[in-house]
Ligand binder design. Structure first.
Ligand code: DGL
Length: 289
């Protein structure tokens, strides 16, 4: 592996751009390749087996680009696929967003030994209990209120903004019962949700720390590359390229907003290429005993 190799950021759609933007701020010289599986978003309403097979296909494809690190910038993919994929692709440097999110939640709780922590995420992430485990490992006495908020990803992918009454209604319905419990911290356990951050913070009020994993995740990736001696030292800014499985003009628009400037037009990757990449993957034979 060489410092010149790119970092690959993967999500089901455009949510992972919140993580890509944080990585670009933390590591401006790096080349970033963003993969958005826009043909198959949302992942959060699908079974763990389906999400695992999607992630396996994508990792099989993108590792052909010799990435020095791959970030699963999707809580759903991280919750159900990070461990098995890391085991299958032993030689690939891989990280996710749940541990960074839990770490950020623990830091936000500060000295409070029994904080009330709310987590909103997709159905698959909540069902996996990945956040519960990751937070309780750090804060064994925390009280957790976890809630699936499945309408949010389709609303975001549809381009509904914070002024949209449907968005406001959905957020109110999801958040009011949680906030009635008196939260100290609210974790945005889906990389799409920071897009509605302003609205969520306004609903939560000043006493609630609203956090997402993007910043912590970017810091972790930066640390990892530094330790491995894989950071680029050049002065000029790294490139940003995106690949999507469905043609999505909205994707380029939103990416430009997140990354603070226009991006190269996204490249379309047909799903057949993903299936083919997985088939080409050398089969790992396990002993039966
Ligand atoms: N952005 C993703 C997450 O963090 C995926 C949401 C989805 O595709 O349902 O969970």
């Amino acid at each position: 592996m060489h410092p010149r190799c790119p970092i690959v950021v993967i999500d089901s759609g455009l949510g992972g751009l919140t993580v890509a933007a944080a990585i670009r701020r933390a590591l401006p010289a790096e080349d970033l390749l963003y993969f958005g599986d826009t043909a198959r978003v949302p992942y959060g309403s699908k079974s763990p087996q389906t999400v695992l097979s999607f992630v396996r296909q994508i990792v099989s494809l993108v590792r052909g680009w010799s990435p020095k690190h791959i970030v699963l910038a999707c809580n759903t993919a991280t919750a159900v696929a990070l461990e098995p994929i890391a085991e299958e692709f032993e030689s690939v440097s891989l990280s996710g967003v749940v541990e960074p999110g839990a770490q950020a939640a623990a830091s936000a709780a500060g000295e409070n030994p029994r904080p009330n922590i709310g987590v909103i995420a997709t159905e698959a992430t909540i069902r996996s209990k990945a956040y519960e485990r990751a937070i309780l490992r750090r804060l064994p006495h925390a009280r957790l209120v976890c809630r699936a908020t499945p309408l949010l990803v389709p609303l975001i992918e549809e381009g509904r903004g914070e002024d949209d009454p449907v968005v406001k209604l959905a957020l109110r319905q999801y958040l009011e019962p949680m906030l009635a419990d008196g939260l100290d911290v609210l974790v945005l356990g889906c990389t799409h949700y920071p897009i509605y951050r302003r609205l969520i913070e306004a609903a939560a009020g000043e006493g609630v720390a609203v956090i997402d994993s993007a910043q912590q995740c970017a810091e972790d990736v930066a640390r990892l590359l530094r330790v491995a001696g894989l950071c680029r030292s050049r002065r000029q800014r790294g490139g940003f390229w995106s690949l999507v499985t469905d043609s999505a003009p909205r994707f380029a628009q939103i990416a430009a907003r997140f990354l603070g400037g226009p991006i190269e037009p996204p490249v379309h990757v047909p799903l057949e290429d993903l299936y083919a990449a997985e088939t080409r993957r050398p089969l790992r034979l396990r002993s039966a005993g």
